[in-house]
Design a protein around this ligand. Structure first.
Ligand code: PLP
Length: 453
């Protein structure tokens, strides 16, 4: 524990620490919030404020804060064998056990894991592995990935390129070659007079049009988040993913589900693909795999892809010092044990999610809310100037942060993307805490409406 006071810590932070996804000059003036402790769904800052974390850190603390078992699993593994790699024809016990456990949990025949340290690296891994998969089958030209504008697949060169965030593309000359994007499925802004399901088909068929434009013999894979998180929790219509799957099968394009947010229970199902009823060939996972207690990600392949990589792939020229780190694997195993033994995903789905959906819909009644969308334990409130119209504020992104700051004042952490208030609480949130979430969000909405005049 540090002996430094809050102001000194803030000063040191401003001077020596560059924050991701922040205007660092503005942050230095405002001063960072410094978190010191977490328990269940709450965190405390260094000034002693208790905050209900309705965003689970960064969509990741699925089992909640303060589970000592995870610390004990890390400590036990560190003491026994702190590190060994999976290069040199070696590996470690927890790494093997985790790979087997993931094969048991993952849908269909997605049975093979390649471990990395984050979601971004997992997406980098699939880019390289998928291109290799086609190349060793005499189709090196089948190397194009299609993602979505406004999608988020991480922050590395490949991750940011697969994603479609304009601000990220602007910095560093992205996307890298042979990555294309189609428009995202966002009925609220783009659906016009179509029903959600009609629009879902239309949005999915943009993929078919893009494949035909590029030539199916050139398109290696399509990648998508089952629910587009970072851009504002875009929950696609039910018709979207099955149609995407049909198109991928028709043109022999591999289907990659980026499950970094949705995986490990976020939608009330173990994986987002199960929530939407489609079967990917490949998925990437991170975040909830350890509930954020330690960094870990995995690229997971089905039998078809893995068999080619194993039997025709030769040496995989890819890997990181910490691929399959035993301590991370031990923590992931303990996290999954808790999720399974305490039936956290199933209970969230059957007990809390319906109540959360009901209360979220009540928030949707507020005059500032144009749409209250929710899928299991992830949702968004789209704040709008006129509730009767599906249109954004003229200066998009000015109102969300105001609402976020009012929520913070009341001890509630929600994230704002543009003018959408994003929700992604620990899966263990109770009904009483859902009520607390409701009351604080309503107050924040009222104060935001007041500030708008
Ligand atoms: N994919 C999705 C859908 C994400 O939301 C994120 C991070 O938020 C990533 C990938 C990148 O994961 P990481 O930040 O662990 O690199």
């Amino acid at each position: 524990m540090t002996q430094l006071d809050y102001k000194t810590l803030q000063k040191l932070d401003a001077e020596y620490h560059l924050h991701p996804f922040n205007d660092n000059a503005a942050l230095a003036k405002k001063g960072t919030r410094i978190l010191t402790r977490g328990e269940g769904c709450y965190v405390w800052d260094a000034e002693g404020n208790q905050l209900l974390d309705a965003f689970a850190g960064l969509w990741c603390v699925n089992i909640g804060y303060g589970r000592k078992e995870l610390g004990e699993a890390a400590s036990k593994q560190m003491t026994q064998l702190a590190y060994y790699n999976s290069f040199f024809q070696c590996t470690t016990e927890p790494t093997i056990e985790l790979a087997a456990k993931l094969a048991e949990l993952a849908p269909a025949d997605i049975n093979h894991s390649f471990f990395v340290n984050s979601g971004s690296e997992a997406n980098d891994t699939i880019l390289r592995m998928v291109r290799h998969f086609w190349a060793v089958q005499d189709q090196p030209q089948k190397n194009i990935f299609i993602g979505r504008h406004d999608g988020y697949h991480g922050t590395t060169m490949a991750g940011a390129s697969l994603g479609g965030m304009k601000g990220m593309h602007k910095q560093g000359g992205l996307p890298i070659p042979d990555i294309h994007h189609i428009d995202p499925p966002f009925w609220f802004a783009d659906g016009g007079d179509l029903s959600e399901d009609e629009y879902g088909l239309l949005a999915a068929r943009r993929l078919e049009a893009k494949i035909l434009e590029l030539g199916p013999e050139r398109v290696a894979a399509f990648i998508g988040e089952p629910i587009m998180g970072a851009i504002g929790v875009y929950i696609p219509p039910r018709s979207y993913w099955p149609e995407i799957e049909r198109i991928c099968r028709q043109y022999d394009v591999l289907l990659v589900a980026d499950e970094v947010i949705c995986g490990f229970g976020r939608t009330g199902q173990w994986f987002g693909s199960q929530y939407f009823g489609f079967t990917p060939d490949i998925m990437t996972v991170a975040k909830g795999i350890t509930s954020g207690y330690i960094p870990l990600g995995a690229a997971m392949f089905n039998d078809r892809v893995a068999t080619v990589l194993k039997e025709q792939g030769g040496e995989l020229a890819h890997g990181a010092t910490y691929s399959g780190h035993p301590v991370c694997a031990a923590v992931a195993l303990e996290n999954i044990r808790i999720l399974q033994e305490e039936k956290i995903v199933e209970r969230a789905n059957s007990e809390v999610a319906p109540y959360l959906a009901q209360r979220w819909a009540e928030l949707g009644e507020h005059r500032l809310v144009g749409q209250a969308r929710i899928a299991g334990m992830v949702g968004a409130l789209e704040l709008v100037p006129d509730k009767r119209k599906r249109a954004f504020f003229p200066e998009r992104g000015t109102v969300g942060p105001v609402c976020r700051d009012f929520a913070l004042k009341h001890g509630l952490i929600l994230r704002a993307t543009w003018d959408a208030m994003l929700l992604s609480p620990p899966l263990i949130i109770s009904k009483a805490q859902v009520d607390e979430l409701f009351d604080k969000t309503w107050k924040a909405l009222e104060e935001t409406a007041g500030a708008l005049g």
